[in-house]
Design a protein around this ligand. Sequence first.
Ligand code: NAG
Length: 455
Amino acid sequence: MLQILCLALCGLLTCTRAEPGALLRLGMDILNHEVQSAMDESHILEKMAAEAGKKRPGVKPIKGLTDMKVKDVQLPVITLSFTPGAGIFQCVSTGMTITGKNFMGKSMEITVVLNITATNRILQDEETGLPIFKSEGCEVILVSVKTNLPSNMMPNVVKKFLDSTLHKVLPGLMCPAIDAVLVYVNKKWANMNAPMPIGQMGTVKYILTSVPSTTASYIQVDFSPVVQQQEGTTIPLANDREAPEFPEDYDEGSSQLLLSAAFLTAELALLQKSFDLDIQDTMVGELPPQTTKTLSGFIPEVAEAYPKPKPLVTQIRINKPPKVTMETGKSLLHLHGTLEMFAARRRRGKAPVSLFLLETHFNLEIQYSVRENRLQMATSLNRLLSLSRQTSSVGAFKEKKLTGFITDFLREAYIPAVNDVLRVGLPLPDLLNMNYNLAELDIVENALVMDLKLD
Ligand SMILES: *[C@@H]1O[C@H](CO)[C@@H](O)[C@H](O)[C@H]1NC(C)=O
């Protein structure tokens, strides 16, 4: 009794837990690259230098220094580290020269080296649902200060200036730089939850499951992707008993994307109808002619019913959503449906006559790759698992006799058609200008893992 209760409870719990269909781990490699490129794109320090040189109303002149200008801003060096539970700690080391005139009218230069530090907290924007970095606790740390003045000249003025004024002025000057850079980083998530098409059949949207989490070596973004048919019906992701996990053997600092088998299954459900196929060609690939004569080699009853050979017409109807399964190193696509063979009639307008209809289950092995930032699948026949006769106009026969014939048919005629359908590719999350084309793919338990590489 207690056991049943436990089972029921566990069942309930798994049902209510939102199962992420895709997980992204952002390591330092990608984050460094993104922040650096945002820094370059924003030209922020140059802008700040220009800003600092301007006379602004309401800003008190620095005591003892007039005509203040900022010049020679050094190329910033950015150092990032993870702050578990919060986000990224960012340190921008740079230097600059401040010029001005002292009260005696002499020109004076102060060269400062400084670190601007802040914590970029990763949050989920309430309005858009997108991840967003927000900076907190910006501080400016003076690393070194040098002037062109001999140390015995006006030491008091310089000292005062350095101790108080620079400390007061610099954060206002420098901290907006951190925010401005984050605007550029945040922009790179902006398309993430937009619907992306899967052929003409539907769309997928990568929606965040929760606020991204930060550990000592990565930021993890969990997605609950929404797979939707063209007319708007959402295809639910099957709740697998165990949530797929990242293997632990990736390099420190590297980034990965995991796509669960349940998610790929939901996406392929969109293509179910496209896997139906009618074939009426007599000559297909390496196959013997698709005629009643060839078929009668397997089922003699066909020869009795059709003494004169007739072309065959084959219909495959997939009647259950396709299912993707994965175990270490191997992924299969399971297809359940019917295979019906007809004898064509020569006279125009006459419907072909059904010979038999078989229920069938077969699976294809999937090879994954990435092309143009879409996940590509190419399949080959793995196994024909079952054939069972539902109807027959040529009398009873043993389905087993057809195994070879149907296997060859699937391999030569059907699988190429499936691969054509799969060529649409499955969209990958559009964020941080990620280039997935170089990713190394790995099939693990219930998931595909892409080890992401920078160009
Ligand atoms: C300034 O930043 C650099 C680079 O992160 C670091 O090595 C250095 O210790 C920092 N200096 C101070 C005074 O914080």
